[in-house]
Design a protein around this ligand. Structure first.
Ligand code: NCD
Length: 358
């Protein structure tokens, strides 16, 4: 049984197969009407969602299956104090695949340790959001015909934006991609993503604070929202919230075939006057998400006999404690902490990937 916790759970070939499968579903949706007849998707949304939750529901229903679970934990026994592990055990017993979104980083990993069916991470804190990345990769592929050689600007909250982290990981597979990381100094890409993903795969990247300067060279501009809910100090959010606003005028200096993407929701980062521009692709992204998730659900259900990618747990250290307040092992008391040793001898929490000093 396989899970999708981060985008590295899929090989590059598998991502390509999913892209091709998605194209086929979009071209012939009627062929797939009964592909998951009788299958149940369990949703565990501990955080609000419009697109991800509805696209998964729409996906399973378009395949002939059904849905159980909750999109608001206040309507579940979570309010009575039920722990994450028991909630996952329960909903997974009624399901063939579960989708979990949670504010704590690593919660989907914990879910995968106890679930009796495959787990899909639908966003864990500021960590990962791999099914959005599949949607983003599909959209880039569809619009640009591939990935190699593209210059891609990621703009906004690169520190807390989980879609950005997963997308960087997804793009690190392809050749000659140049990333232009556009953010305020306080919201740069975390060091984990730089050291363990970008540097390891020799990705070319530059960091800048100026969207105006970056725009002319981009093939893709991926805008993101400043993630208000992840700030511990509201004043800092207020200062940074309108750092970047893409409008029609700024688009004038972009290439004619540059595409504008956004995982949505937008707050103020793209003005409504951009929506009519033919380069705006964020609502195509929304639409694509349903079909990509149909392909993903079918894949995980057909790979039930394929073993999950295993880490060598014998080398894990259990004598340390994660000090990241956003990590699931920090807040849920029954989770056994575990750290993997990195190439340079440092220890990283297996749930949130944060390094601890030893
Ligand atoms: C994103 C998310 O939840 O991380 N939305 C989505 O899933 N499409 C982006 C965001 O909330 O800013």
């Amino acid at each position: 049984m396989r899970h999708l916790l981060d985008i590295f759970d899929l090989t590059t070939d598998e991502i390509y197969e999913l892209i091709k499968k998605t194209e086929d579903i979009m071209n012939h949706p009627n062929y797939y009407l009964d592909a998951c007849h009788g299958k149940i998707l369990g949703k565990l949304f501990f955080e609000p969602s419009t697109r991800t939750c509805n696209s998964f529901e729409s996906a399973i229903q378009s395949l002939g299956g059904g849905v159980v679970g909750f999109s608001d934990p206040n309507n579940s026994s979570v309010v009575k104090g039920e722990c994450l592990i028991d909630t996952v055990r329960t909903v997974s017993s009624y399901s063939d695949v579960i989708v979990i979104r949670h504010p704590q980083e690593g919660a989907p990993k914990v879910a995968s340790q106890v679930s009796v069916c495959p787990v899909i991470n639908a966003g864990d804190g500021g960590h990962h959001h791999p099914s959005q990345t599949l949607t983003d990769l599909f959209t880039i592929y569809k619009e640009k015909g591939g990935f190699d050689g593209l210059t891609i600007g990621l703009c906004g909250d690169l520190k807390y934006g989980r879609t950005v982290h997963s997308l960087i990981s997804g793009l690190s597979r392809y050749k000659n991609i140049k990333l232009v990381l556009i953010s305020p100094n306080e919201l740069k890409v975390p060091e984990y993503e730089k050291k363990e993903v970008m540097d390891k795969s020799w990705m070319k990247y530059v960091e800048t604070t100026s969207l105006e300067e970056a725009i002319p060279e981009l093939d893709v501009l991926y805008m993101t929202r400043i993630q208000r809910e992840r700030f511990s100090d509201e004043k800092i959010y207020e200062r940074l919230k309108d750092s970047y606003i893409l409008n029609k005028e700024k688009l004038n200096s972009a290439k004619n075939d540059m595409i504008v993407m956004h995982p949505l929701p937008r707050v103020n980062e793209i003005s409504l006057d951009v929506d009519d521009d033919r380069r705006a692709k964020y609502f195509d992204q929304v639409r694509n998400g349903r079909y990509v998730r149909m392909a993903l659900i079918m894949k995980l259900l057909s790979d039930m006999d394929v073993p999950d990618k295993k880490q060598d747990e014998s080398s894990f250290r259990h004598d340390l404690k994660c000090n990241n307040p956003r990590c699931i092992s920090y807040t849920e008391k029954d989770i056994k902490s575990a750290f993997r040793i990195t190439d340079n001898g440092r220890c990283r929490c297996i749930y949130c990937d944060k390094e601890v000093a030893v």
